[in-house]
Design a protein around this ligand. Structure first.
Ligand code: NGO
Length: 508
């Protein structure tokens, strides 16, 4: 009776941490319920699997790219170069990737003595299962994986991270490093903020001075951090991200935040006079000239070239803080520009200010305000707009953790790990029901950032909190706190300098 009760409890309370059974020849395996983001269902039990150099990876040809990623991850973690095969030799211990009934991004992972099987109806689901398995591998030999089963699928389709390349240019190598890290938490979008007052970071062939001038050395906050992505760089990033099931979302900010474009092309101002380049962090002073036709030629050329470069469905057209544009002009601009995105086969995505324009009703609004009421947003949602939640006081990774944080800003408050974790994206804003929320995104603006070390210090551990809000069906701070503390040594082992929040008991 007692045993049955224990089994029932283990099923009902998958997030309660219990040490996995100790392996005869080594330390206890990583508990099956220690994964971030927390899976939908965890059923620990049964014999563990021991990964050795003899283990093979079995995958049908269609899943070969995921199998190769797994082999790469196992090599990095254990040093073993596991063979990837279509059929397992008899009795060979195996990690098998197989078709399954769990569709889309969901997967089922089963661990037994003879091997690990990950099943999913899609490669993105298999990849997510692989990311879970990576967290179940201990940091040191023996490579024992606890027995049991995990059934998993995301709460929201959109789970995003964000980098600001305009205030400081981050190189393709740094962006790839960030993709490697975020994808481990099943984050599946990376939004790149490619233009702002201080710099322009993406090659546009029809307007070459944008990068020749706006991406030159000396552009960026404090005049450090020039550079730009060529189209070849960008396509390579899109491919790299896609191989990790991350979709790149490009943003060109307009009609405000355009000083760098106007320095390069003075005809984009109303008086035709080039403004001085800016390297400070002020916002809200620049605007495209709403009444000039050249504005729309420029915008359409940029959207067309971005759409050609972008296999993903979304183009972000900014729209925030257009304080130098009158309300009537702002609405007139959005009424012309939002449909242009559709003309090139993409869905328009913009900061929540776009909901002032009726054309936003078929668009996606990124909610960055700090209030839990926004009648303009609620009205747009009632008319059909969808929302991605990025409230600045909860989800902005550039906010300081506390007053002593050496990097970051504090205009939206301080965001410790618990603050980033303890809110519900599906019920955050009055009049925005869960059915209108596509997901969450964690912006990381770069006014104070220079290097990948700076990015990592601000992003981790909070990105893990936002990723769990996007993926897991419910939240439990005590469970998250425990799992995060246990995860710390993994970041350390990869050389990721995360913020050692005092709210967490860090292992190691
Ligand atoms: C605001 C502003 C950005 C700043 C950021 C800094 C939005 C959407 N516009 O967020 O220009 O970089 O804050 O936190």
């Amino acid at each position: 009776m007692r045993k049955r009760l224990a089994v029932l409890l283990a099923c009902a309370l998958p997030l309660v941490l219990a040490p996995a059974p100790a392996d005869a020849a080594g330390p206890p395996a990583v508990a099956l319920n220690s994964v971030i983001p927390a899976p939908v269902e965890v059923r620990p039990g049964g014999p563990a699997f021991r990964l050795t150099a003899r283990t093979v990876i079995v995958a049908p040809p269609s899943a070969r790219p995921v199998a190769d990623r797994l082999a790469e991850a196992v090599r990095a973690a254990t040093g073993y170069r596991l063979a990837v095969v279509k059929h397992a030799p008899r009795h060979a211990p195996a990690i098998t990737l197989a078709p399954g009934r769990t569709g889309g991004e969901g997967y089922r992972l089963s661990v037994g003595r003879k091997g690990v099987t990950i099943r999913s109806g899609g490669n993105s689901g298999l990849f997510n299962g692989v990311q879970t398995l990576r967290q179940l591998l201990p940091l040191e030999a023996p490579w024992t994986v606890a027995g049991g089963e995990i059934l998993d699928r995301p709460r929201f389709a959109y789970r995003g991270a964000f980098l600001d390349l305009a205030r400081h240019f981050h190189t393709p190598a740094e962006i790839k490093q960030y993709i490697d890290e975020i994808s481990q938490f099943k984050v599946n979008h990376l939004h790149l903020h490619l233009s702002d007052d201080q710099g322009w970071r993406i090659q546009i062939d029809s307007w070459p001075r944008l990068t020749a001038v706006g991406g030159a050395a000396g552009t960026g906050v404090d005049g450090v951090g020039g550079g730009f992505l060529t189209k070849a760089d960008y396509r390579d990033l899109v491919r790299y991200a896609a191989a990790r099931y991350v979709t790149i979302v490009p943003e060109i900010d307009m009609p405000g935040h355009v000083n760098a474009a106007q320095v390069a092309y003075p005809e984009l101002t109303c008086d035709g006079v080039a403004p001085p380049p800016r390297t400070d962090t002020a916002v809200g002073y620049s605007s495209l000239c709403i009444g000039k036709e050249v504005t729309y030629r420029f915008v359409e050329d940029v959207i067309r070239e971005l759409a050609e470069l972008t296999p993903g469905p979304l183009i972000h057209i900014g729209g925030d803080e257009a304080h130098a544009t009158s309300e009537a002009d702002y609405i007139a601009f959005q009424q012309r520009v939002l449909p242009l995105v559709g003309k090139y086969g993409k869905t328009a995505y913009g900061w929540n200010e776009i909901t002032q324009a009726p054309a936003s009703h078929t668009a996606i609004a990124q909610y960055w305000n700090t209030s839990t009421t926004d009648p303009t947003l609620a009205a747009a949602v009632a008319a059909g707009a969808k929302v991605i939640m990025s409230p600045a006081n909860l989800a902005y990774l550039d906010m300081k953790y506390d007053p002593s944080t050496r990097l970051g800003l504090s205009w939206a408050g301080y965001i410790e790990v618990r603050t980033a974790y303890d809110w519900d994206p599906g019920a955050h804003v009055t009049g925005v029901p869960e059915s209108a929320v596509l997901g969450v995104e964690a912006p990381l603006w770069s006014e104070t950032l220079r290097s990948i070390e700076d990015i990592e210090f601000m992003a981790f551990p909070r990105l893990a909190a936002i990723a769990e809000l996007g993926w897991s069906p419910s939240r439990d701070w005590e469970s998250f706190r425990t799992r995060l503390g246990a995860y710390g040594p993994r970041w350390t082992a990869r050389g990721v300098g995360f913020y050692p929040s005092p709210q967490i008991d860090w292992a190691g």
